[in-house]
Design a protein around this ligand. Structure first.
Ligand SMILES: *Cc1c(COP(=O)(O)O)cnc(C)c1O
Length: 412
């Protein structure tokens, strides 16, 4: 068994530690919370670490599928054993290069974010001599619950406005190289409670069935999204969904009476719930200073390793939390970067700390390294170690490095 202190000593800090046993547990819990027969997509955006991506495919229980949105995520998914024909390719700005790449790799299921996106997918598929299955991502006119990130009901780069679908459908259905098989609804992240989550998923089912009837949208496959909650870089536990399964079954029986026979086949998706609590960020206190009555605990990493988006005011948390008994210390937890934006928390309660101590930020398995400002200030990127059964099974580090290319002559 390796303790945090031992791991920090052996591998240095900053250090991400992921526990695959927790990834297995989260996957088991989420499949358990969903009705039988649901597909579950893992959004690699949350953490494209190859070992986590592999663990979600292999191991005990039903395998997750990969939801990918770039050539990089696709190659991680394939290398981790996800079959290309079970991947779902999403994103509002799929480029020609990545579509070629995805088709060549064997991806045959795309989430379509706009009519232009569909035509582009179709053009590439036609050139490739295949017909791909497409889910229409729908931006519903209304939503139903409050969440930290909402992506529906207002103008958005995501999805096709639901009210335009009846008019658009004949053209969408006729795009060569594509076959529309259903809908993709993803309207929120990190639902604040189970009732809100159920309401949002119910809303997705209602909207999809309405579009089937009113707009003639095919409905063989329906991805009702997610919003499964997990604490982010603060102590706490993953949500437990005791009612979700029964409520979803009841609602599906009512709205889609043939769903138990696979008509439509159903899917959900998650990033943070599956990997969030598997990860801990270990960082070391470099210095502690006082300034005008406030204490600053200065760590060896900050927004260049975690919550980089929160530095831009985009993503929770407003303050990270750390493991350990909270003592008398109230201090600002800051990183080493030369910007006041490198603040992980202001005036937060902390265990008593001294320079050299290791601080553990729990629930940091999702939206860590790859959602951080990794390149900012050119400091070392955290090493990432993976545990299985308490033993280290993988040690790696992402490294941004400049690659020189020949200077091309100007055109003309
Ligand atoms: C980001 C994203 C997810 C994952 O969100 P979590 O909050 O991490 O579960 C799932 N689906 C889509 C379409 C996304 O953009």
């Amino acid at each position: 068994m390796s303790t945090h202190a031992e791991l920090a000593e052996r591998h240095g800090t900053p250090l991400y530690v992921y526990d695959l046993d927790r990834v297995d547990a989260a996957r088991g819990d989420l499949f358990e919370a969903l009705p039988e027969g649901f597909d579950l997509y893992y959004a690699l955006k949350a953490n494209p670490h190859p070992e986590l991506t592999r663990a979600l495919r292999e191991g005990p229980g039903r395998p997750c599928r990969a939801e990918i949105s770039s050539v990089g995520e696709l190659s991680v998914a394939l290398a981790a054993g996800h079959p290309a024909d079970e991947c779902l390719y999403t994103g509002p700005g799929k480029t020609d290069t990545e579509l070629d790449h995805a088709l060549a790799a064997g991806v045959r299921l795309f989430s379509v974010e706009s009519p232009g996106d569909l035509r582009r997918i179709g053009a590439h598929a036609t050139r490739y001599g295949v017909t791909v299955r497409c889910l229409l991502r729908v931006n519903g006119a209304t939503g139903s619950a409050n969440t930290s990130i909402r992506m529906t009901g207002r103008p958005s780069q995501f999805g096709i406005d639901s009210e335009t679908l009846p008019g658009l459908m004949p053209d969408l259905l006729a795009v060569p190289g594509t076959r529309i098989v259903g809908a993709h609804l993803y309207t929120m992240s990190n639902a604040k409670d189970e009732s809100g989550l159920i309401a949002e998923l119910a809303h997705a089912v209602a909207l999809a069935t309405r579009l089937e009837h009113e707009a003639g949208m095919p409905l063989e496959y329906l991805d009702i999204g997610g919003g499964f909650a997990s604490p982010y870089a603060v102590p706490g536990r993953r949500a437990v969904y005791g009612r979700l399964r029964a409520e979803l079954e009841r609602l599906l029986d009512e709205r889609l009476p043939r769903w138990r026979h696979g008509a439509p086949r159903l899917a959900c998706e998650s990033g943070r719930y599956l990997v969030g609590d598997s990860g801990t960020l270990l960082t070391r206190v470099v210095n502690i200073k006082e300034s005008r009555g406030s204490t600053f605990v200065i760590l060896d990493t900050g927004i260049n390793a975690v919550g980089g988006l929160s530095g831009l005011g985009r993503l929770l948390p407003a303050a990270v939390g750390v493991e350990g008994p909270v003592g008398d210390l109230t201090a600002s937890l800051v990183g080493p970067l030369c910007t006041p934006g490198d603040t992980l928390g202001r005036d937060i309660p902390l265990p008593s700390l001294r320079p050299g101590d290791v601080v553990a930020v729990p629930n940091a398995g999702a939206y860590g390294v790859t959602a951080s400002l990794m390149g900012f200030l050119s400091r070392p990127v955290p090493t990432e170690v993976v545990l299985r059964g308490g033993e280290v099974v993988s040690v790696s580090r992402l490294e941004p490095r400049r690659v020189h290319e020949p200077v091309k002559a100007a055109l003309g």
